[in-house]
Ligand binder design. Structure first.
Ligand SMILES: [Zn+2]
Length: 51
């Protein structure tokens, strides 16, 4: 199950997985990880995933 956030595997996502991360506000990053925070589900980039 490795690399399932890379390459063709993310092309089905909205904008092919790219967008603005709600946490770090970077644009054009791939939003690959869902994070549940205060009852909301956020889709964040890999840098925000660990927090
Ligand atoms: Zn981020």
């Amino acid at each position: 199950m490795a690399k399932h956030h890379r390459g063709k595997g993310i092309r089905h996502l909205v904008h092919r997985g790219r967008g603005t991360c709600p946490l770090c506000q970077r644009t054009g990053v791939k939003l690959l990880y869902t994070l549940v925070r205060d009852g909301d589900t956020l889709t964040v980039c890999k840098r925000c995933r660990q927090k």
